[in-house]
Write a protein that binds this ligand. Structure first.
Ligand code: DX5
Ligand code: ZN
Length: 223
């Protein structure tokens, strides 16, 4: 089953003083999702975007959000986040005590479920929640900061993840990759079986190249 290849720009890397203009360019470029990193300074050592930003984005654009919650105990905080139809909500396996219940709550709120795995977390943890999943987020760096280097073994992890999902009878579960998704790495990730690509400082928001050109380059890399 060929899943649609989609780009999810990492808005923590955007030019905030120019965001309206950038959003227009992302819409014109047919961008499928907007990746929103939420960090709590505990699960990861950083703070980034927040709940009000999500509300404002929902008003400003029709592009669905891809909300990446890097927070502890998301089950106690899901109500803080506005979830609209079509939005993905990713929670980390490492942060959830009652994982299956959290995934059910996301669905009940109208979101699509994505389970994020840190590079050190094995794929076998997916097995018992496959019926509850719309996507798996394979972290290709340790989460927390933009501008890191790809952890090489995560490429093979994407290949094994795709096989695990297909063999278990879930060819429709999508695979997103996040971290150092450069044009070159995106091609390899795409070949390995990923179909949603979080594009940050390594590609769309690289110092050289316009947003329009970089979107075109990314489309070419993942086709
Ligand atoms: C963390 C973020 C980062 C980053 C991706 O979850 O999503 O991984 O913005 O962009 P790069 O790695 O290209 O800076
Ligand atoms: Zn992210």
């Amino acid at each position: 089953m060929e899943l649609k290849k989609q780009i999810s720009p990492s808005l923590m890397c955007a030019d905030f003083l120019n965001l309206g203009d950038e959003l227009k360019k992302l819409e014109d470029g047919g961008i499928e999702y907007l990746h929103i990193d939420i960090m709590d300074g505990v699960f990861v050592q950083n703070y980034t975007l927040g709940t009000d930003f999500i509300k404002k984005l929902h008003k400003a654009t029709k592009i669905p959000l891809d909300i990446h919650l890097m927070i502890t105990n998301p089950e106690t905080k899901l109500d803080w986040f506005e979830i609209c139809e079509g939005d993905y909500v990713a929670v980390h396996y490492e942060a959830c005590t009652h994982l299956q219940a959290v995934l059910q709550t996301i669905k009940r709120k109208g979101g699509k479920t994505m389970l994020a795995l840190n590079p050190g977390t094995p794929l076998c943890v997916l097995e018992e929640v496959l019926p509850d999943l719309d996507a798996v987020l394979v972290m290709t760096v340790n989460p927390g900061f933009a501008g890191q280097k790809l952890i090489p073994q995560t490429l093979d992890k994407i290949t094994r993840c795709r096989k695990l999902l297909d063999d278990a009878g879930y060819p429709g579960i999508e695979i997103e990759c996040d971290g150092n998704v450069s044009f070159e790495n995106a091609r390899k990730m795409s070949d390995a079986g990923a179909n949603i690509f979080v594009a940050g400082t390594s590609s769309l928001y690289a110092k050289d190249g316009s947003l329009e050109d970089n979107i075109a380059k990314m489309r070419d890399a993942i086709k």
